[in-house]
Design a protein around this ligand. Structure first.
Ligand code: C2O
Ligand code: CU
Ligand code: CU
Length: 427
């Protein structure tokens, strides 16, 4: 069929939402008054035009996280939309780009605050040849809410600036502990977004069968049965859950304790219940295809680079560094070429985990160290975020298909704002 058009408008503005009974309404910053922002759905091949109006008192941008859009349409901090101003983002969705993306602000120095105030939404690109199109879907956007004693969104503390912000509540689609209906034997396709600033989620669904079917960049080659799913900030996954209401096992989406670095002391927290899953009868089990889509390994690299993540606790003005430097908007850190295979080793010399993200493309993880010992990656997948555990190295390959300036950074948004970000100029 012919390409379609998607036209829409997104306005970022303060909004008051009643949250706690008997308390004044809470002020959020939201796209079109919604938390999370409106879900955008388009098809491969579509031409997209989205008009953005900034009704905040700070500069903002919209970044199309993970999407293969031209650099000048990608909401770089270099292209701010000033308070009271508008711009239109315009791009086409290439064949093969079907995946679960999201959008969020990316202005210089204000990304964390604008995101935790509520500015984020999902963007799903669909394919007309989707082997899982027969399954019912649930979309789960996981985010953190941190309130102060007045029931307003708390500012970042010094600890938040350092460790990354975590709230008292982990929300699902803006609500707390929703109930999801699932039948015995029913298969559902869940798309899950970790839209929190800093929380690394080790997800589990103890009672049910879970197969991983997709990552940031869309479907993987074959379903993989999993027990837990580690999703770092910015990362997405698609799973197929099959209802198995076994007695004695929690029928819930849980976040298990996860130790996110040597500096972070104990394993964090208890088991959190993010959503409960309620049985709604029985259903015939829909088929889960044996293969999903082919993924070809990227070829030998034309360039190899090393990206070092480090922390300098002695200097509060330059604490989180890439290759020893703090982000500078006017500096180009690496120069690359359109179509060239790049191989990057992301080396952590840090005491906490930092999730690596790059704009404009998807990468393949080849190998990673575990306690310093190299392990080949178990399966091929397209990703745009990968957690770099404290002290470990992850090796990945990618190709940038378009010219322009691309950011890469830690997706703990407090660290990104603090300067743990750098640029790749693609010519
Ligand atoms: Cu979702 Cu540069 O980030
Ligand atoms: Cu991004
Ligand atoms: Cu970080």
């Amino acid at each position: 069929g012919g390409a379609g058009h998607l036209v829409g408008q997104l306005a970022a503005a303060p909004v008051q939402l009643p949250l706690l009974p008997g308390k004044p309404a809470t002020t959020f910053w939201a796209y079109n008054g919604q938390i999370p922002g409106p879900a955008i759905v388009a098809w491969e091949g579509d031409e997209v035009r989205l008009q953005f109006t900034n009704q905040l008192s700070q500069p903002s941008t919209i970044h199309w996280h993970g999407m293969p859009v031209p650099a000048e349409q990608d909401g770089n901090p270099h292209d701010p939309v000033l308070p009271g101003q508008q711009r239109t983002y315009h791009f086409e969705l290439a064949a093969g780009s079907a995946a679960s993306y999201w959008y969020h602000p990316h202005p210089h120095g204000h990304t964390a605050q604008q995101a935790y105030m509520g500015l984020a939404g999902v963007f799903v690109v669909k394919s007309r040849h989707d082997p899982l199109a027969h399954l019912p879907e649930q979309w789960l956007v996981l985010s953190d809410l941190k309130l102060d004693a007045q029931g307003q969104i708390a500012a970042n503390s010094a600890a938040d600036q350092h460790d990354g912000r975590e709230g008292q509540f982990v929300l699902v689609n803006g609500g707390w502990q929703p109930v999801i209906a699932l039948a015995e034997g029913e298969r559902q396709r869940w798309r899950i977004w970790n839209a929190s600033s800093a929380r690394i989620l080790k997800l589990a669904l103890p009672a049910h069968e879970v197969d991983l079917v997709g990552t940031d960049g869309g479907l993987i080659a074959v379903p993989r049965r999993i027990d837990t799913l580690l999703l770092s900030p910015g990362e997405r996954a698609e799973i197929v859950i099959t209802g198995r209401f076994a007695a004695g096992k929690a029928s819930a989406l849980q976040a298990l304790p996860y130790q996110r670095g040597k500096a972070m002391g104990k394993e964090q927290g208890d088991i959190l219940t993010l959503a409960t899953i309620k049985r709604s009868g029985s259903k015939a089990t829909a088929e889960l295809p044996a293969t999903l889509r082919p993924i070809a390994a990227l070829g030998a690299p034309a360039v190899k680079r090393v990206v070092n993540f480090s922390e300098n606790m002695a200097d509060p003005s330059a604490m989180f560094l890439i290759n020893g430097k703090k982000f500078d908007m006017n500096r180009v850190d690496f120069s690359g070429k359109v179509g060239q295979v790049e191989e990057w080793d992301i080396v952590s010399q840090a005491h906490m985990d930092h999730p690596f993200h790059i704009h404009g493309t998807q990468f393949q993880v080849l190998a990673r160290t575990d306690d310093g010992v190299w392990q080949d990656e178990a399966f091929l997948a397209w990703r745009d975020v990968v957690n770099i555990p404290a002290g470990e190295t992850v090796r990945l390959r990618f190709v940038q298909q378009r010219p322009g300036l691309r950011m890469f950074h830690c997706h703990i948004l407090e660290h990104e704002d603090a300067g743990m970000m750098a640029t790749l100029d693609v010519r």
